[in-house]
Unconditional design. Structure first.
Lengths: 239, 126
């Protein structure tokens, strides 16, 4: 019960984007990463979704970067990000199963911002998170590229599985999702991966959001002990 | 693979028009859909900002038997000239990527509201 599926899409002219992970079931935990060229207002999230992180930044080039989630899926959920903006945009959506819908985040999501203009390949480091036992970890990564035609891709973080990586759209080509199921309790430590410009020109900064999502707790089974009172008709109670 | 025109340049009334199904080879990394839009050089194409184009895509992973539901994957936007960093965008380009599970086919429908519209639709398997 962990990572179920994800989807990725992008638009060269913005607008409303919909990408639905396959096989979403009721009580899945849903999340998304939306990026858009340049820092501007957040889009409108689908019904029932909550923005958790605005990781937008104006340096080195300018990128809008948001993470939102929905704690408890219905199984027929809306994944449409309504955006009146016309800049290039990209969207990753994902679903996890078997999560604790009542309070799924073990800790506040942790954001990383690298504001430098880095030449490829970039040795990227992302601030980690403190997990509880059996948490699933989501790492949404993105680049802030300085040239339109650059196409940026991420290596997977060691010990994680790469779920999505990159779109062929100017200015927002670098975005990716790595996940790891059922980690042990404690700090993940810093997470690292290499980011490479696979075609085109220019440098890039980067960012990431790390989330730790709780497993459904086991049923609350408790045992109660009581002092046994003597039976009223037992020999010890004879009058 | 080659870019293929699935809806020819023409003027279309409001309503819904289907395209596909389109077979995708093994190893498909994704595809893009390109819809022609208005620029200073092509002023008759999708001129009106009030004219809304809604694209809905459906993916099949079993040879075209079962498709993902309508509404699950799509895009919509109004017309008019869009300028990005001083450059007019000649097309709306929508990209979907698939990894690791790749569909065998996809199909779609394009809905025009507040038409008519003059445009075209191309698809390219990446």
């Amino acid at each position: 019960m962990a990572y179920r599926s994800s989807a990725i899409t992008s638009s060269a002219t913005g607008g409303n984007l919909t990408a639905t992970p396959a096989g979403v079931q009721a009580h899945d935990y849903l999340s998304l990463q939306f990026t858009r060229d340049a820092v501007q207002a957040a889009p409108s999230w689908p019904a029932g979704w909550t923005q958790r992180v605005d990781n937008s930044r104006s340096t080195p080039d300018g990128i809008g970067s948001f993470v939102a989630d929905k704690d408890d899926a219905t199984g027929s959920d809306d994944f449409t990000v309504v955006d009146g903006n016309t800049n290039q945009s990209a969207l990753i959506t994902s679903a996890l199963s078997g999560r604790y819908n009542a309070a799924p985040r073990s800790a506040t999501p942790v954001a990383t911002q690298n504001l430098a203009s880095n030449a490829s390949p970039i040795s990227a480091s992302y601030t980690g998170i403190t997990a509880q036992d059996l948490d699933d970890i989501l790492v949404y990564k993105e680049t802030d590229q300085l040239a339109a035609d650059g196409r940026w891709n991420f290596d997977v973080i060691t010990g994680y599985t790469e779920r999505e990586d990159g779109v062929a759209t100017d200015w927002v080509s670098g975005l990716a999702l790595d996940t790891r199921d059922a980690v042990g309790a404690g700090a993940t430590g810093a997470l690292a991966s290499t980011i490479t410009r696979t075609s085109g020109t220019g440098n890039a900064g980067y960012g990431a959001v790390v989330m730790a999502i709780k497993a459904t707790p086991p049923p609350d089974v408790s045992f109660r002990t009581e002092a046994r009172r003597p039976h009223p008709f037992s020999p010890g109670n004879a009058r | 693979m080659a870019r293929t025109r699935h809806i020819p340049l023409g003027t279309y009334p409001s309503g819904t028009r289907a395209f596909g199904q389109i077979a995708t080879p093994n190893g498909l990394a994704g595809f893009d859909i390109r819809i022609g839009r208005c620029t200073s050089a092509t002023p008759t194409i999708w001129l009106d900002p009030a004219t809304i184009v809604e694209l809905q895509l459906q993916f099949s992973y079993d040879g075209g038997v079962i498709y993902t539901p309508l509404g699950a994957n799509g895009w919509s936007q109004g017309g008019g000239i869009i300028t990005q960093r001083g450059v007019e965008a000649p097309e709306s380009v929508l990209t979907w990527r698939f990894r690791p599970a790749e569909p065998t086919h996809f199909k779609g429908q394009i809905t025009v509201r507040n038409g008519p519209i003059t445009t075209y639709l191309d698809a390219t398997v990446l």
